[in-house]
Design a protein around this ligand. Sequence first.
Ligand code: APR
Length: 182
Amino acid sequence: MQGRIAVRPYRGAVMGQIIIKRGDITKEDVDAIVNAANTGLKGGGGVDGAIHRSAGPSVMEECRGIGGCETGEAVITTAGNLLARNIIHTPGPVWYGGHSGESGLLRNCYINSFKCAIENGSRTIAFTAISTGIYGFPVEEATRIALEEGIKHRGDFDRIVYVCFSARDLDVYQKIYEELTK
Ligand code: APR
């Protein structure tokens, strides 16, 4: 495992941990990983491509069957060859400068992913930094939204993991987590 890990227990040692780590989300052993998808659920580059490559073709077949997903909504599939049980696919917003409802749409990604996970009995969930790659959403603002929703939902899960791809993202997540919980 790379990077540092921040673990904050919440109301006891097991329930409601928020874990911030550097790593590869395709390797996470959780009930559900959340994929930064596109509205066509057609796969692509970035983390979406990495997840589909590791999961294998059955997941793409399921995505084809679902047909698509609106920005900010979330759909669930099995996880093929991954350790995770399910993949929740949520298309984040493309960043157009911040005046096109991007923040609300990104918040919906987290809210609807958590809702989808709860409905499907997930107790552990891992997120990537939705919209902050190809879609260009500023990392600090996206991280604040991601962590605010995680803090709100921590009582519903045993473990919420934020998997950062870069050392810089890890620093931002840790800094904003400290700010939000001090
Ligand atoms: N493994 C893990 N994380 C990755 C990888 C990877 N191989 N590649 C990128 N990431 C990280 C990025 O560093 C960023 O923190 O995933 C986060 C989200 O970036 P993107 O994957 O670019 O997702 P997004 O900005 O939401 O753009 C979505 O990209 O792949 C396409 O089909 C996807 O069209 C959609 C768009």
